[in-house]
Design a protein around this ligand. Structure first.
Ligand SMILES: [Zn+2]
Length: 159
């Protein structure tokens, strides 16, 4: 399980968000970006948590120590507080949150990984009908379900 910031809620597919931990205050933040997206996010099985006062104090102290407090929003502080409260990793691309967490000895990961795997995907292309699909670990069949011809692997650049 991991805590997800609003950038992750906006960027990731629903399957990846499933069972993620989010702060209740993020829903308002999402509604400001997109009502449809907020409704979608509300409908999936996320774990909505409000940080308690003790951990909000720890979060504000940590942000103050790293010099980031004045630049962080209430939602940002909630997310940092959840890191203290639950001791889970936070997915965020906000460098002020990252800085606060690093100085407080808490862990975080980037929402958008810039690694090579995210630039290229392997596609399976049917040698018969030309139908293609993304090749991943959940998708190991080697014969096209459409025409029965074998697949060929092809590297494709992500959009
Ligand atoms: Zn085929």
């Amino acid at each position: 399980m991991a805590i997800l910031d609003t950038a992750a809620l906006l960027a990731w597919p629903v399957e990846r968000l499933s069972k993620g931990i989010v702060a209740k205050s993020q829903l308002n933040e999402l509604e400001k970006v997109s009502i449809e997206k907020a409704m979608l996010i509300e409908s999936i099985d996320l774990i909505w948590v409000s940080p308690d006062e003790t951990n909000l104090v720890k979060a504000r102290n940590a942000a103050s120590n790293s010099g980031d407090l004045t630049k962080l929003s209430m939602v940002d502080i909630d997310l940092i507080a959840l890191c203290f409260q639950l001791n889970e990793v936070l997915y965020t691309d906000d460098y002020r949150i990252q800085n606060t967490l690093t100085k407080a000895g808490k862990s975080w990961k980037s929402v958008i990984q810039k690694g090579i795997d995210d630039v290229w995907v392997w596609m399976k292309v049917c040698t018969g009908c030309g139908k293609s699909k993304v090749s991943d670990s959940n998708n190991k069949e080697s014969i096209c379900d459409h025409c029965g011809s074998p697949f060929k692997l092809k590297k494709k650049k992500k959009k």
